[in-house]
Ligand binder design. Structure first.
Ligand SMILES: *Cc1c(COP(=O)(O)O)cnc(C)c1O
Length: 360
């Protein structure tokens, strides 16, 4: 068996220890005589799996009791509609900050249901920075403010949150969830597709302040109403059982590792290895302004498209896969989520140095 270093933006690597546990439990979970894949979601065994997953997530992220944790389906993209359906309910308006394609998609979807307003954008410079937001830019009557916390495609991250006063802040944290501690109390809603940093695809995690549940628009489909899921313990219908089980193993892996403080330390060290090299290289350079750099997604270029393509191909042959940049940016992107070992980044940098030597 040989496993590659997978730098994909998602779905992405999972911790090897989690995969081994899942493999060992594949044919029989505990003494249940069956795989988690085959289990009724209404069984006692499964209830204890989903309960432990929620408990461990609350523990790891320090989620207070006045927030509900929901395990849903439909990906982060379904949240682009679910957020306005449930929150755009008082003044029917919301403020969006456009920091990339995902933020823009969220904004466009919300604009179908109410007065969504794009209050700032970094599109003028290919989303290579996070716009500065001052409190006067935010409508105090907005039902919420929406940001995309970590911009997966462009490699930027909000290191400081916008001041929103009493307006609830909603954040798409798909590509940075569990990468470092986050103060949940600063947000009305946090949501994330699981396939970047948590589990295989198929699960969406929503963390929502309970007072924001229960005021959905009349037209809201039952399945898109947060109340439907919070009132039924994420089991109004069949949940993505196996994906929740894997997520639970990942939460335990993070706990054993030392929690999110430790995760942050590892991630900062890992990202620094790559950024330091990019800053010193004569061939490669990062595309994002230094102060807004992401810990998770690192885009870079050589400045020559042919050389970029040559690098992507050579990297793949050397066991560094999915390092091609998003089609809208070009170049390369190394996604270095929690499960990417530091060793993978060290070896990638060694490989880049060698490539630079050979292509002077
Ligand atoms: C991947 C991603 C999405 C899309 O997620 P789906 O689960 O595929 O809908 C949305 N937002 C961000 C920030 C992402 O990284």
């Amino acid at each position: 068996m040989s496993r590659v270093y997978n730098f994909s933006a998602g779905p992405s690597m999972l911790p090897e220890q989690v995969l081994k546990t899942a493999a060992a439990e594949m044919l029989e979970y505990g003494t249940s005589g069956q795989s988690v894949m085959e289990m009724s979601h209404r069984s006692k065994e499964y209830q204890s799996i989903i309960d432990a997953a929620e408990r461990d997530l609350r523990d790891v992220m320090n989620i207070p009791d006045n927030y509900a944790v929901l395990f849903l389906q439909g990906g982060a993209s379904t949240q682009f509609a679910m957020v306005p359906f449930n929150l755009m309910n008082k003044n029917k308006k919301a403020d969006y900050i456009i920091t990339g394609q995902w933020a823009k998609k969220a904004y466009k979807e919300a604009a179908r249901y109410g007065a969504a307003r794009a209050i700032a954008s970094s599109e003028d410079k290919t989303f290579s920075y996070i716009p500065k937001i001052t409190p006067d830019m935010i409508d105090p009557d907005a039902d919420y403010v929406h940001i995309c916390m970590n911009n997966t495609i462009y490699g930027t991250k909000w290191h400081e949150l916008p001041e929103c006063g009493n307006v609830p802040l909603v954040a798409d944290i798909s590509s940075c969830i569990l990468s470092e501690p986050i103060d949940v109390t600063k947000f009305g809603v946090l949501y994330a597709g699981a396939q970047k940093n948590v589990a295989p695809a198929g699960l969406t995690i929503v963390i929502i302040r309970r007072d924001l549940i229960g005021n959905a628009m009349d037209i809201t489909p039952t399945m898109l109403n947060y109340a439907t899921h919070s009132e039924n313990g994420s089991m109004f219908n069949t949940p993505p059982c196996y994906t929740i089980y894997i997520a639970g193993l990942v939460f335990k892996w993070i706990k054993e590792l030392g929690g999110l403080e430790k995760m942050k330390e590892i991630n900062e060290n890992k990202a620094k290895i790559l950024y330091d090299f990019l800053d010193s290289s004569k061939l490669f350079r990062g595309t994002v302004v230094a102060e807004d750099r992401s810990l998770m997604n690192v885009p870079f270029v050589t400045g020559d498209e042919e050389l970029d393509a040559k690098f992507v191909k050579a990297a793949k042959e050397a066991g560094f896969v999915n390092i091609k940049g998003h089609r809208s940016v070009g170049g390369m992107r190394a996604s270095i989520y929690n499960a990417m070992p530091t060793e993978g980044v060290v070896k990638l940098v060694e490989f880049m140095k060698k490539f630079e030597e050979e292509n002077k």
